[in-house]
Design a protein. Sequence first.
Length: 667
Amino acid sequence: MGFLAPWFLAGIAAVGLPVWLHLLRRHRTTPQPFSSLMFFEPRTQSSIKHRRLRYLLLFALRTALVVLLALAFANPFRRTTAADSSKRKLVIAAIDQSFSMRQGDRLERAKRDAAQLLSTLRPDDRGQVLAFDSQVHAMSEPTDDRAVLQAAAAAVEPTDARGSYAELARALRALAQGARMPIEVHLYSDMQKSSLPPSFTDLRLPESVRLIAHPVMTQRVANFTIENVNVPYRVYSGRKIRLQATIAGYGTEAATRRVALMLNGREVELKSAEVPAGGRAAVEFLSLEAPYGLSRGEVRIEPADAFPADDRFLFSVDRQDPRRALFVYQARSPRALLYFRTALDSSLEPAFAIDPVTPEQTAGIDPGKYAFVVLSDVGSLPQSFENSLQRYVRGGGSLLLALGRDSAARSRVPVFDEGIVDARYFGREQERFQTAAWLDSAHPAIGSDNRWGDVKFYQAVRVEPGKSRIAARLSDNTPLLLEKRLGEGRVLVFASTFDNVSNDFPLHASFVPFIDQIAHYLGRLESRAANQTVGSYLELREAQRTGTAVEVLDPKGRRALSLEEAARAENLVLASAGYYDVRRANGQHDLVAVNTDRHESDLELIPAETLALWQNTVRSSTAPDGGEAPQPKPVSFWWYVMLAVLVTAIAETLVGNRHMHVDKEAA
């Protein structure tokens, strides 16, 4: 017991005020009418009788009011700990359901031990079951029903996600803010070291939480795994595919492991890998020949070890012929076609084949048959073809326009539908050329290959940007690369040409990756890996492009999206290992292979001192057995004292009014 402001106790001296009011103030008698005082002798009246206390109840109330006011300003408190605030507590069974808990009977032991704990719950306590991997899932609400809690523990199932003790700590901090009782957390986990966060501060818990660890494993299990597989997803050439797999050993001795390559359920090749103690080995397969279409591939270790769930690694391959692209150019300017086609053919896996035509040959061509269309400095087009291009783009097609001398003769850019301001000629003499002064590396057509600083531009056509996105500018602020969305499609404008007349771009190394990237972007063949990791996101559609449905089947063959999500969702969380079958509205069909995070394959345990440190940082606030005494926390009684002041003031008013009423009647 103490006072936060003890100097205010000096206010108790004001108790003398009620004493003065009731005892020491001058006594005055009530005058009484009398006929004559001539026969009375004047004398001093004794005041001893009047110095006795009158109205004892009123005096006591006034004295108590002064004392309580002084106590209220002194702010009395009692020192206590969180454990003393309530005898009731919330008992939480936190069960690890991450991928590593699939090894052996780890999860079953954790569930059994948690159910046994919940069966011994005290009548005054409440319990709750949490399951966690990379996220925390509440399996039950806080309750004192043991049957409900045991059923919740039994319902915990293993997942393919990575474990995260930091996420568990964050969820416990949030629960502690809303709980009005101490929390006792029983952690049932394999205590995998890879589940720890990089920063130990992420494990902090509030003082009202006590952590008790129940490891289901006491020693490390040696484990081999397929750590990674490097293989292209899209294949366009007829040659065999090169595949490289990495075999990793965690806590293992040097060993020889057999590695099998599977494609569509059939074994293609079998090789051996010499894995050093606790090290890695690479295995290369050169004979993978995928059939046309989507194929399901797998690399596996034979025979399986103590943790067979991670002895296989999935990948997918999409084999198809190069897609056709329409290139419209002026017959008198063939250099743009030469440079553009050569740049596309320079790719390791050429994804597109060029169909060149002149403007006069486009009258009967349907753009819908092509992955994208390029108009290279075209002055005029047949009206029928230009109308077809409009419909093609609005329906989801892609168009690239390169502007030169012939394009500048028009007042507007076809399909792009923005006005041409002028054509600028900078000249080759006296270093009057322009350079690319600013590039948007976030644009998919530019990306990381943005080394354009030494490219010289001698001619550029200035176009009104309107509402288009500018991805590159010249040093005189002329927009060099612009993009506009029309309907479901996209139109890109390059304000110069693809030959070496208006610029020397084709003579630089950055030209080939630029053409390759812009072709993949126009053809909607954005680069993607042959495999993904559980917990990553799959892009379903571009931002703000809603309305067209996307169908996704998860590894179990169930629909991964509701009807509303299929029409609006931009991304999908890949929550399970296996193959996701994705069909988009534009007809694109993808097979996404998803593997578990290989950090879960390292079954090394948290060092005992680290686990003790985590528990002790919590126990220092809750004073467990053998720990240091907790720091007491002051609990103020100010509100209770003020309530007593209010009650006393009301009582003093009622009693005082009663006595004043008596005096008036006596007068």
